[in-house]
Design a binder for this molecule. Sequence first.
Ligand code: ADP
Ligand code: GLC
Length: 515
Amino acid sequence: MASLHVGGFTSMASAAGTLRPLGHATAFPVSATAAASRILYVTPETADFVKAGGLGDVSAALPRALRAAQCDVRILIPGYRQLLRRCNGVEIAGRLDGLAGIPPCEIAQVRMPDGLIAYIVLAPGLYDRDGTPYGNAMGGDWGDNDLRFARLALAAADIAGGRSGLSWRPNLLHLNDWPTALAAGYAAWRNVSVASLLTIHNLAYQGLFDPDRLGRLGIPADAFTIDGVEFHGKVSFLKAGIAFASEISTVSSTYAQEITTAELGCGLDGLLRVRAGEGRLTGIINGIDPSWDPSRGDGLASPFDSQDLSGKERNAEQVRADFRLAVSRGPLFAVVSRLVHQKGLDLMIGAAETVVRAGGQIAIMGQGEPAVERELGALANRHRGEIALKVGFDEAEARCMFAGSDFLMMPSRFEPCGLSQMYAQRFGSLPIARRTGGLADSIEDGLTGFLFRPISVEACLEAVTRAFNAFSNRDVFMAMRRSAMARNFGWAKPALGYQQIYARAIESFPQQRVA
Ligand code: ADP
Ligand code: GLC
């Protein structure tokens, strides 16, 4: 994790002084509007401080890729207890009033070692507690998540509205998932003229609350309609974002199309079809950050590259030892995943018997729904020495698993983007995955991995069989590994895509173009 030093806010000039100057050489032409954009990247998690899944990785990487492309981007995040512990004390840079049941807050500013500025929402009554960003250690959501994330969203809108005392003001809010989506609504209800982009990382999480919360959230009663925040009798934070944001994006082209269908639209497909028809729904695939380089060896037992893959074997030995798997020359399958229904691990469980019988082993790491954890635990008990489960998550160990495994199992029912399959390919582990969302867009079937479509154990087994066949032919297998490792999953191209959306959205708020 990045160690931080704290930079107290003094003036916009001094804050901007550590950002790369405009005009610095860039790989892409940037329009005048994009260069003039000031982006507040609002997120409930970032790997710099605290992460629960892929959104944390994206929130750490994309703002940096944007800065490298001349964008003035800063992040806004709640001051969770674990985040403030990493900061060694903070200086207050601004203050905001409360609204209805939402308490007032202070805004702290922290400058990361690489110059990226984070604004932190300080509201101890909401954020100073042990647990994840979303709930307690047992996995249950916090009962006041409506207030916790309304506080974050309102802070974003009010910073844009110039109410915070900060001398830096964004001209676009880049919102991420339901915990931030209400910011587009607050901006509309409080007459803040700021462009906004809502990126949907996962449509299945919508932030639904009982309508009796409307009052304490300061949401106008007349916004509780089918064109506003109402969703089947509940208040939907995500729908507020889709209704009010200038632009909507999601994290792969295929998922952008899938969420406009009844099958994967989670009840919001009608509205999303309207946005798509208006040209305001875009799919931009995620990238992975430069630390995912097997030759750098971060967290690995041994570094390697596509010319010399011998290091992969040492990583495999390490994984087998860590998971107490028997010594074997058979293929090693990895699962690195949140253990939730979305990830389709029941298909993997259905295929596991065959994998073991054919001489394969499976190392599983993750945590999530207790029922999924129990089923995987039972599977590992039935196949001691051949299948092992570690409940929890450890970044270095995850890297070693991508590096040491031959295959990554990722049979997700749906997958907006997915990062694990990209990490795996970069580390020469071929993904076996469903042809959906970002998996379909980032894996080349038969070349860099194995895709199957039906949500069935049979279809999964067919892909597993193809994987075993490839493994048994060393030339084919090595060629696939090298193709996978050569894939370009960099952030430069996606960052350019975001800049184009920013420019379009800011154009629709012309008064905001002048600082
Ligand atoms: P998702 O965001 O749906 O979990 P992704 O593939 O986009 O899926 O991102 C997964 C990221 O989260 C990877 O960096 C992975 O190593 C990490 N990860 C997986 N399981 C956990 C967990 N239980 N806690 C924290 N991070 C996890
Ligand atoms: C969500 C999605 C995942 C995506 C990640 C980052 O967690 O489930 O597919 O990669 O967000 O965008």
